[in-house]
Write a protein that binds this ligand. Structure first.
Ligand code: PMV
Length: 316
């Protein structure tokens, strides 16, 4: 297929990390699921291989996107395509916008280069882009985006470099979250870098906390598979406490966590890199009334089902 005859369109899903962000960078497990919103990439014929960056991105984000694009483009022989991005997600909020962008862009680049955009090929190329965005990504974001399933993920350091192992988690009950935005945030790279310095200085103390998060993730995976939403919610609450202990929370994030709990969340925590602000998730068996209430109160939010049986007529 050539872009000249068929404009190429591809989607990359955003993600939420249910439990295990940050410790996943150090080889501990995490659970993450795809959002129904993400980034759409369109490929049009062009004289060179070029990226049209979104107008909503700031100067630093645009620079990073161009660098990541150039890295991926080179690997597929720089097909003559102009890629335009349409983000449906807020950028840099903890919802995996960079991974969604990387997955959507990789799918277009692969097709423009005459290669099949299989989940494996897409994930491999998106991984290269994610390294430009994050420095030392765990791989959980782009794997969730490429697989579009709730997964239990672990970063593996092997002789051939870093890879990821993912297993789908199925739930007999719907696992639905309300995603609420709590202010602006610093880039993931900075928050991950600051934690890396703290853990290098006091390795034993931070290793103990990462280990605790890892055990919670294992418990939470069992709870998902048993349809035990109460158990999952409690693990999320304890994970939030540990994220705070790791120095990754803020007043804006804590306020939103407590707000979601006061609205009946079975569990609530921030999701993604955290730091100063960003996305907070609450686990609810009935998320829609909560979204209506928060929206009335001026909070930017939406609901997303991450796993489990869907009501008839729902978008899969
Ligand atoms: O905030 P986001 O969407 O960039 O997610 C980052 C997740 C981390 O665990 C903090 C980093 C990683 O590479 O897994």
């Amino acid at each position: 297929m050539t872009p000249a005859k068929n404009p190429l369109v591809a989607f990359g899903a955003g993600k939420v990390i249910l439990l295990g962000e940050h410790s996943v960078v150090y080889g501990y497990p995490a659970i993450a699921g795809p959002l129904t919103i993400g980034v759409v990439a369109r490929g049009m014929p062009s004289r060179s291989c070029v990226l049209d960056v979104p107008v909503t991105a700031d100067a630093a984000q645009k620079r990073m996107m161009r660098k990541a694009f150039a890295r991926a483009a080179k690997l597929v022989g720089e097909p003559k395509v102009k890629v335009t991005l349409e983000p449906q997600l807020p950028l840099s909020a903890g919802l995996g916008s960079s991974a969604a962008l990387a997955v959507a862009t990789s799918r277009v680049l692969l097709q423009a280069a005459g290669q099949a955009p299989t989940a494996k090929a897409t994930a491999r190329l998106a991984w290269e882009m994610e390294q430009e965005f994050h420095g030392t990504p765990s791989g959980v974001d782009h794997t969730t985006s490429a697989e579009e399933k709730l997964i239990l993920y672990r970063r593996v350091q092997g002789p051939a470099g870093v890879t990821g192992r993912a297993r789908e988690l199925k739930s007999p009950r719907p696992v639905s979250v309300v995603v609420a935005l709590a202010g602006a945030r610093s880039p993931t790279k900075l928050t991950v870098g600051a934690l890396r310095e703290r853990q290098a200085r006091w390795p034993e103390r931070y290793k103990r906390l990462f280990g605790q998060v890892g055990r919670l993730v294992t418990d939470a995976a069992k709870a998902v598979e048993a349809g035990d939403l109460e158990g999952l919610g409690d693990a999320m609450n304890v994970n939030q406490g540990l994220l705070n202990a790791l120095g990754l929370s803020s007043p804006a994030l804590e306020d939103m966590v407590f707000r979601l709990r006061s609205l009946g969340a079975l569990g609530a925590k921030f999701t993604g890199a955290g730091g100063d602000g960003g996305a907070v998730i609450g686990l609810f068996s009935e998320p829609e009334p909560v979204v209506a209430r928060l929206t009335r109160d001026g909070v930017r939010c939406f609901a997303s089902q991450l796993a489990g049986p869907r009501a008839q007529g729902d978008i899969p």
